[in-house]
Design a protein around this ligand. Structure first.
Ligand code: ZN
Ligand code: ZN
Length: 275
């Protein structure tokens, strides 16, 4: 049903209602509740305050007829008397309208639908808008800076609170990513890695040196033996200066680092597996 039709129908229906009465929906609720009046025993407390005691459960509900309140709070919330209030009011044989919010009166109902709403014409019959009548949004211009993502708080609003703590050290105001303890550990790991890399590089250089020596040896093997000896001594000298270090720490030398294994590499004399 359209809003226009609904307002009309209710306006007509309200003509049939009792001028000084309540709307049918309110009366329906009250009729239902007042049938349960014999479930409560009424005790007087003050002039307009009573106590409704449930006969079965002995639960008590204080009903104030002037303030229109009940301890169960249904009366205050709905504006219609609750079952306890109905049990108190019924024997008094007073009009219910005295104990009901004025929004449930026929008078209010009529006032609600007193105005008229006229229907709109069909869309096809609406006038056409010219291009000049069209309302467009203003052109968008990007403002400098990153758009804000934090809500602007009221002046009396509390600062955002958080009990989050760093998982690494347990301190507030930072997280494990920005933790100082983590950064220290990272720096340490970085240094260790650099050291390792350095060692590996040295090994490589030493290995390269060995290859060079072998190549030199190959070349040297073609001529006579005395020349081999020259090569040997010269390369050995170079190794004791530089490669000796790597032979110590990394186990590269495979021997005792004294140059004995180097002799083997060079094909001169001692066998490697003599230790
Ligand atoms: Zn109640
Ligand atoms: Zn931390």
């Amino acid at each position: 049903m359209s809003l226009v039709g609904m307002c009309y129908d209710r306006r007509i229906a309200s003509r049939e209602m009792d001028d000084n009465g309540l709307v049918p929906s309110a009366m329906f609720v009250i009729e239902k509740l007042q049938k349960k009046y014999n479930r409560y025993k009424i005790e007087g407390v003050a002039d307009n305050t009573f106590c409704a005691v449930n006969i079965k459960s002995s639960k008590k509900f204080e009903v104030d007829l002037v303030g229109k309140t009940c301890a169960c709070r249904v009366w205050q919330l709905t504006g219609l008397p609750c079952v306890h209030a109905c049990a108190v009011i019924r024997p008094r044989r007073e009009p219910w309208i005295r104990y009901v919010s004025h929004y449930y009166t026929v008078e209010s109902f009529r006032a609600t639908y007193a105005g008229f709403i006229f229907p709109l014409e069909n869309e096809e019959d609406w006038g056409k808008l010219g291009e000049a009548d069209r309302v467009l949004p203003p052109p968008h211009t990007a403002q400098p800076g990153r758009p804000k993502t934090l809500r602007i708080r009221e002046e009396d609003e509390a600062e955002p609170s958080s009990n989050r703590r760093c998982r690494k050290c347990g301190e507030p105001n930072h997280n494990s990513r920005t933790c100082l303890a983590r950064q220290v550990a990272k720096e340490k790991a970085r240094k260790e890695k650099a050291k390792k890399d350095n060692t590996a590089k040295r090994k490589e250089v030493a290995g390269q040196l060995n290859v060079n020596v072998q190549q030199q040896k190959k070349k040297a093997r073609v001529p006579t033996a005395p020349q081999t000896a020259t090569v040997r001594s010269s390369s050995r000298g170079g190794r004791s200066g530089r490669g000796g270090r790597s032979g110590r720490g990394s186990g590269f030398g495979r021997g005792d680092g004294s140059g004995r294994s180097m002799n083997w590499w060079l094909g001169g004399g001692d066998l490697p597996a003599t230790q």
